[in-house]
Design a protein around this ligand. Sequence first.
Ligand SMILES: NC(=O)c1ccc[n+]([C@@H]2O[C@H](COP(=O)([O-])OP(=O)(O)OC[C@H]3O[C@@H](n4cnc5c(N)ncnc54)[C@H](OP(=O)(O)O)[C@@H]3O)[C@@H](O)[C@H]2O)c1
Length: 301
Amino acid sequence: MYIVVGGTGFLGAYVVQCIVDKTKERVLVVARKPVSYENVGGITDSIQFKHCNVVSREDIDNLITEINMTEEPCKIIYLAASLHPEEVERNPWNSWNTNVISLEYLLSGMKRIEAFIFASTDSVYGSGTLEHRFREDERLAPVNLYGTQKMARESIVNHYGYSVLRYSLMLGPSIIKGKKHFYDNLVETLKSGKQVELFEDSYRSTIDFRTAAELTVKLLLEKKESLPSVLNIAGDEALSKYDVGRQIAKRLGVSEELLIPIKVSDGGHIYNASRAACTLLDNSKLKKLLNLSEIKMQFEV
Ligand SMILES: NC(=O)c1ccc[n+]([C@@H]2O[C@H](COP(=O)([O-])OP(=O)(O)OC[C@H]3O[C@@H](n4cnc5c(N)ncnc54)[C@H](OP(=O)(O)O)[C@@H]3O)[C@@H](O)[C@H]2O)c1
């Protein structure tokens, strides 16, 4: 059985879809409210939903009981988070509770399971340069509280002997019915011939949700016995959101003049919490583990 905590989010939806496509195992989606997925439908025979607000002790106790009573081998992909840096900084104690305390409480009550993967972020590394790709063993220096909380969560997960996946920025169409992602809005804006402002000087090893989900499930299918304690999940290319816009414009056949490049220093009206301008990840460990020669962002339009 797979348990996807936060399986109703953008990445989680692709993870659930990928598990259904690639395995015959039962999937338990854990979140506060159920959603319907494109192409998979809603809750089916193989996908079940369990309500759980991770800040509720009662809800987590229920989840722990369900996990501990399950006789099937159990693999958990833990994606739930308070993840918007502004929100985390506005409510530091609430987000600490959602992100850190609840995770420790779950892990301390759970029996040892077949695999547990925790979704972390490139934000734990902090600011880098275009010339440098962060390796998993480098010193961490997050520039905001979201990154600091992820760092604390990584230590807890590793303490219990489980694995951390550090994802780079992920973008892509949402496959959750009725919920749009920034990427969907970007595609729609360009299709309607309207202009859009995009950061041109903030670079990430950006990857699409589908590829990230496929890599995650592949790791569990092929390498669950030899997962490293920390692994970067990232694309090969350094891409700014402006670069992503250019690729989408090209595929849509619309003019690149609709894209207005802006600089991070101009973005005070968009972000309040600090952001690293450039964080690139070394993905060689991931490629070696899965025997891959390249990992490219897919631009679905
Ligand atoms: N998106 C990115 O670019 C990116 C990059 C690096 C790492 N990550 C990490 O990847 C993970 C998934 O990201 P995402 O973009 O898919 O985020 P998302 O769309 O916001 O999904 C978050 C999920 O967590 C659940 N959740 C939030 N608060 C919860 C609570 N109190 N109790 C139970 N469930 C809760 C949400 O469901 P409900 O609200 O219904 O409960 C949802 O299923 C996160 O851990 C994020 O930090 C994301």
